[in-house]
Design a protein around this ligand. Structure first.
Ligand SMILES: [Zn+2]
Length: 275
């Protein structure tokens, strides 16, 4: 019974299981390599190894791809099996390598040398080593994609200084944000800044009155006029925003749930929703 183990035994058990997991993983990779060589997927009527692993073997897409990346690398460097077994190299690293090798053509010998160089390194360290060794181009343009639910996908490059500053902010804000998620951090910092600039001057007493009056989210569906009515995570919202001259009068305040507050905020800040 696991609950009967003392802390030392539990620690030992987890470590030995982790080792067993790595050993098993190395064996899985070895077999996938062989399946790749034989094109086993054709026998099962799949166009490629990925589909076979996902649809026939039940791997989630990302896990299947990582295993394929490792298997293809193992075909180049037989020593990789031992490194996966020992935990010197993990699948995040082999996937980084394969991604880089797809972007830049390198000889098998260069591949082997890079594998050796990222042994026992963290994923971040490996990334730096790989891009240095392969002299990968530094991408600096920001890519912004607006998605159908109004969300925005960004591909951004930070300078080392900008990144360090962001990491520091992340650490300092971690108690408040409770997450490592970058969008959450940026939202948190933005909200703080906006509050500082625009200021919510509504007093606690007024806010309390609004909450007592509204009690739930007052957002109305524009088509059916149905009230949202959520009582979860309520915020006080200015009907006419402060920056547009709205006041802190109780008539200009209403209760919104976090979702609708966020949604109205986005509309007001002019982020266009692509339909
Ligand atoms: Zn709502």
């Amino acid at each position: 019974m696991i609950s009967k183990l003392n802390n030392k035994e539990l620690d030992q058990k987890i470590k030995s299981l982790a080792r067993a997991e790595n050993r098993l993983l190395a064996i899985v990779i070895e077999h996938i390599k062989e399946a790749d060589r034989r094109r086993l997927y054709l026998d099962f009527n799949y166009p490629n190894l990925y589909d076979y692993l996902v649809k026939e073997c039940g791997y989630p897409g990302g896990s299947a791809q990582r295993r394929i990346d490792a298997a293809r690398l193992l075909a180049v460097e037989p020593k990789l099996k031992a490194k996966i077994e020992s935990g010197e190299i993990n699948l995040s690293q082999t996937t980084l390598l394969q991604k880089a090798f797809r972007a830049k053509k390198v000889t098998p010998e260069e591949k082997r040398s890079l594998i050796a160089k990222i042994c026992d390194r963290t994923v971040t360290e490996s990334q730096v080593i790989i891009s240095k060794e392969l002299d990968l181009k530094i991408k600096a343009t920001t890519k912004e994609t607006h998605q159908k639910d109004g969300s925005v996908r960004l591909e951004v490059t930070f300078t080392r200084e900008e990144w360090e500053s962001l990491q520091k902010a992340k650490d300092l804000a971690s108690n408040a944000t409770q997450t490592n998620d970058l969008p959450t951090l940026i939202k948190y910092l933005s909200d703080k800044f906006i509050k500082q600039k625009v200021g919510s001057t509504a007093t606690v007493a007024v806010k309390k009155q609004v909450l007592q009056r509204d009690q739930c989210c007052q957002h109305k569906d524009p088509h059916t006029q149905r009230l949202c009515g959520s009582r979860w995570n309520l915020h006080i919202d200015h009907i006419k925003p402060k920056w547009a001259g709205g006041t802190d009068d109780i008539e200009n305040l209403r209760v919104l749930c976090q979702k609708h507050n966020h949604c109205i905020y986005r509309q007001q800040s002019g982020v266009r929703f692509s339909s």
